[in-house]
Design a protein around this ligand. Structure first.
Ligand code: NAP
Length: 258
């Protein structure tokens, strides 16, 4: 399918690895010029080089997207953007009685206020040009809480509430905002989460993965390529009627009718 977005300019945050990288690759395959971002330079430069093989222009900005200074650098380099994919690392797991106000402020900053700041900066240009796409990478935990990820549950649910209203305010201008909700995907984040299970339960990494996969109807982890393909479709010209939705990519793990 021709996604109809060849030549569009896409900013993909936190995209040197994992789900962000999957989104960047699918958008590059669709012919989008890319602005990539991550904190570390090595993986970022390597990813940028690989994306250039798709024949698109790629700008790579090493910066912490969750800091005001980092966002300013990325936004200055990006210029006018047609497609915004928001993403950043997720908060660490833990227990409700250990989280301090500072922990909550950090999580809210990274996973709620950062995407909101990026939308605040870029939506006006999209509205003016009468076309735009925003996809926020959130989490399955928005639909069904993951108790040990309370910081993530809280921050991402706040973002979801913001998107629900704002998506309807910008839709009249040809701009859509939607959220993609990953369940477990085979990335460094999954390795970090499984390492925690491994340590807590005294089991091997293979066993931690096997146990987790057994709870998923698809009986496996998702891939970044699958995730990226869904993201690129939401950014396509065919997806203009999909507004303010929360789309689970979890292999059926969330046991719900709707
Ligand atoms: P990942 O494999 O660990 O990749 C994270 C990417 O984001 C890397 O490129 C990393 O590069 C970059 N990054 C992290 N923090 C950043 C920051 N502050 N500023 C700029 N770049 C940053 O993670 P992932 O699995 O793709 O997860 C992406 C998001 O989805 C996370 O919020 C995660 O919590 C959420 N999620 C993931 C899963 C899953 O199973 N994978 C499930 C549910 C939700 P640098 O380290 O060099 O900055």
């Amino acid at each position: 399918m021709d996604l109809g977005i060849k030549g569009k300019r896409a900013l993909v945050c936190a995209s040197s690895k994992g789900l962000g990288r999957g989104c960047a690759e699918a958008l590059a395959e669709a012919g989008c010029d890319l602005v990539l971002n991550a904190r570390g330079t090595d993986a970022l430069q390597a990813t940028a080089e690989q994306m250039r093989a798709h024949g698109v222009s790629v700008t790579a900005i090493a910066a912490d997207i969750t800091s005001p200074e980092g966002r300013a650098l990325v936004l200055a380099a990006a210029g006018p953007v047609d497609i915004l994919i928001t993403n950043a690392g997720g908060p660490a797991p833990g227990m409700w009685h250990d989280w301090t106000e500072a922990d909550f402020l950090k999580a809210l900053g990274a996973n709620m206020l950062t995407p909101i700041a990026l939308m605040t900066a870029l939506l006006p240009g999209m509205i003016e040009r009468k076309w735009g796409r925003v996809v926020n990478i959130t989490s399955q935990s928005v639909k069904a809480p993951i108790p040990q990820l309370g910081l993530s549950n809280a921050a991402r649910t706040g973002l979801t509430g913001y998107v629900a209203g704002t998506a309807r305010q910008v839709a009249p201008f040809g701009v859509t905002i939607n959220n993609l909700l990953p369940g477990i995907h085979d990335t460094d984040r999954a390795i970090a989460l499984d390492s925690g299970v491994m340590a807590a339960e005294g089991i091997s990494m293979d066993e931690a993965r096997r146990q987790r996969a057994a709870t998923i109807p698809a009986r496996r982890y998702g891939t970044s390529a699958e995730f990226g393909a869904a993201c690129a479709f939401l950014c396509s010209r065919h997806a203009g009627f999909i507004v303010g939705q929360n789309i689970l990519l979890d292999g059926g793990a969330t046991n719900a009718t709707l």
